[in-house]
Structures are given as structure tokens and as C-alpha cells.
Design a protein around this ligand. Structure first.
Ligand SMILES: [Zn+2]
Length: 366
């Protein structure tokens, strides 16, 4: 188990790559092969997922299991599909640049919600499924999360744009998108959830009990906006994300943030496709972060997209649309690398994508 603060060091410097990126979104030409159908159809009837059970199963420390259940709402029996769709429309239309996206009502008609997926304030945390091409070789299951930090507004714009693309194409990979992981933070425009917890520090990584609070005090200066919570996985938003991880079993995770302006990859060594708007820079990961929980603990690669400001994003819509294809390519390359390298590299071994280093500073934490 990894105890050292590798994340104190970040690797900066642009990553120059000769690799050419060819997005493979279209139906590939390979012969059909046996393919395990992705879970959930495009209409995404919510897979039943006993949330507490899932969380308990995923935690390795018995102390963290003793945390009281935090089911957000007693009315988990749920709202009607129409009510979820209405919330969804309201959210998606409020996103920056939502006018780019045609057919938000049609998208939202397909919103689904797992049992228990509600915020502290009882708001539904809905998701979308798009099945992959059953004939495609090595189709990957890709989970996309945005607005895990509620004040990173245009992270949701990218997810929305990708949702629209998924309506229009037959993707090779199976996609699940959760556009608003932290609805209370999104409504209040705060990084944290309604309990004042940074959801991206609340994932029950194996080192959480040892390091999360310690790290928060010593490295994050006890900044309120980075509070990891009182116990690992204490927050309903975290539990919802975990339920998706346990139920959907993604091969690859994409987490969209702002405003650091980089692509950060926690995964095996692969040739990173060139992406003009943002350099590949390894930021490392933190106790309780998704990167540590998924890659360090579970060997599921995590691509963190850190957008810059809205103005710059607005000049590069098409590029960011293509990033969805690039991400699919990285997912496929990662699968290949992980297979080839089996057993996977030692826990915590992230791939330096660059030379040079600098101390981590508060504003370089995603
Ligand atoms: Zn963020």
C-alpha cells in the first residue's frame, strides 16, 4: 500500500507527441466478435444498485463502514421519469453555452437515476447510458463525471455537448455520463456539496483514514473548499458515484473539471494523442480523490480534463467535441497496455508525462 506523498511532486512541462490520434467512434470494420453487452440500454433503465451495500463492499477499512447511512432522502421511492427529465432540462439549459446543444428535452427524456442517487438536499443525481457497438472489438465502458465541483460551471458544458454527440453517432464504446454529480454545489455555485465536503476528496481510497484529513491540514491548509469529510465515502454524492462504479464497472473514467488547463492522466503508459487546446500534464492524485480511488486502488484509468476559462473554451468547442473521440482512443490504448503489462504496474505508479517538477500548490489541485 502506498503511503508516501508522491503527489507532492507534480510533473510539469508540455508533452510533445508524435502519436497521431485517430478517433474510432464510427462503427469499426472488424468482424463481429463475441461481445458482452454493456449494462443498461440507451434508455438506461436504472440498474438496481443497493447503494449502501455497494459502498460497504468497496470499502476496505471496517471503521469507515461504521459511518451511519447517509441516504439523502427518505423518499427514495423516487420521482417519476417526467420529474427527473424536468430537473435535467433545467440543469442542462442553465449550463454555459447550452444554446449550442439542440434537443435538450430529447436528451433529458433518457435520464435515469440509480436508487439512492440523491444529493444531501435530496436532488436527483441522474445519468445517461449510451450502448456501445455490439459488433465492435474491444468496446470499452467509459464513465464520464462532471460538476463534481459545483462551481466549475463549464465542465458541465463539455458533458452536455458529448451527450448530444452520443445521440447522433453509434459509439464504439459504451458511455455512461453523469453531468451533475454535485447538484447542490451546482445550484449554490460552490465547489463542495451542501455538507461543505469536497466530493473529490471523499472517495474511500485505501489511504483515506491515514491520510485524507492529515493531507487536508498539512497540504491544503485546511481550506474549507477541500474538506474531505468526516469519514471516507460519507457523502451521498460520493456514494452515488461509487454505486455507478460498482454497477456499471467502467474500464475507463473521465472526470471533467476547471480551470487548470491540462489533461491529467492516471493510468498505464500509453502514447498520448495530441490535443491542441491542452497539454498533457501529470498533476498526481490525492487521498480521497477519484484518481487515487480508481487508478491507484483499482487500476481503472482516470482521465481528468481540466478546462481553462470559459472564454477560451468558447473558442474551441469543436476541439473539445473531438476530445471525446480522443478519450475513447486513450481508453482503448489503456486497455491494451494493461493487458500487455499484466500484472499492472505497482500501485501508485503514475506515468510521468513530462520532465521537470514543482511543488504542488493549492491552485494546482484539481
Ligand atoms: Zn474540480
Amino acid at each position: 500500500m502506498r503511503r508516501s506523498f508522491r503527489t507532492e511532486i507534480i510533473f510539469l512541462a508540455a508533452f510533445a507527441v508524435a502519436a497521431t490520434a485517430h478517433a474510432h467512434f464510427a462503427v469499426p470494420k472488424q468482424a463481429p466478435e463475441t461481445h458482452e453487452a454493456p449494462e443498461g440500454g440507451a434508455d438506461g433503465p436504472a440498474r438496481r444498485s443497493p447503494l449502501q451495500g455497494e459502498v460497504a463492499a468497496s470499502q476496505t477499512n471496517s471503521e469507515t463502514n461504521s459511518a451511519p447511512p447517509t441516504q439523502a432522502s427518505p423518499s427514495n421511492a423516487g420521482e417519476t421519469a417526467g420529474e427527473i427529465a424536468a430537473k435535467c432540462e433545467k440543469d442542462l439549459k442553465a449550463m454555459p453555452f447550452s444554446e449550442r446543444t439542440k434537443g435538450i428535452p430529447e436528451i433529458c427524456a433518457k435520464a435515469a437515476r440509480l436508487d439512492g442517487c440523491r444529493s444531501v438536499n435530496g436532488e436527483p443525481i441522474y445519468h445517461f447510458d449510451r450502448a456501445g457497438d455490439p459488433a465492435a472489438k474491444r468496446s470499452q465502458k467509459i464513465l464520464v463525471l462532471s460538476l463534481i465541483h459545483g462551481d466549475e460551471l463549464h465542465s458541465g458544458s463539455v458533458a452536455l455537448s458529448w451527450l448530444q454527440r452520443l445521440q447522433e453517432i453509434q459509439p464504439r464504446n459504451a458511455w455512461r455520463v453523469i453531468p451533475v454529480v454535485n447538484p447542490d454545489g451546482w445550484r449554490a455555485r460552490t465547489r463542495t456539496n451542501a455538507n461543505g465536503v469536497d466530493v473529490n476528496r471523499n472517495f474511500p481510497s485505501q489511504d483515506w483514514d491515514d491520510l485524507a484529513l492529515k493531507y487536508w491540514k498539512s497540504k491544503a491548509g485546511s481550506a474549507e473548499r477541500r474538506f474531505p469529510g468526516k469519514s471516507a465515502g460519507s457523502e451521498p454524492e460520493t456514494q452515488c458515484a461509487i454505486a455507478h462504479i460498482e454497477g456499471f464497472k467502467p474500464d475507463f473514467v473521465i472526470s471533467i473539471h476547471t480551470p487548470l488547463g491540462v489533461l491529467d492522466f492516471d493510468g498505464p503508459k500509453v502514447a498520448m494523442p495530441k490535443f491542441n487546446p491542452l497539454p498533457w500534464v501529470s498533476l498526481g492524485n490525492f487521498p480521497g480523490s477519484l484518481g487515487r480511488y480508481m487508478w491507484v486502488d483499482r487500476k481503472v484509468p482516470v482521465l481528468t480534463v481540466e478546462l481553462k476559462n470559459q472564454k477560451l473554451y468558447a473558442k474551441q468547442f469543436e476541439e473539445f467535441d473531438k476530445l471525446q473521440d480522443i478519450s475513447g482512443t486513450v481508453a482503448l490504448q489503456s486497455e491494451k497496455a494493461l493487458k500487455k503489462d499484466a500484472p499492472p504496474p505497482p500501485a501508485g505508479q503514475s506515468q510521468p508525462t513530462s520532465a521537470g517538477s514543482a511543488s504542488v500548490s493549492d491552485d494546482m489541485m484539481n
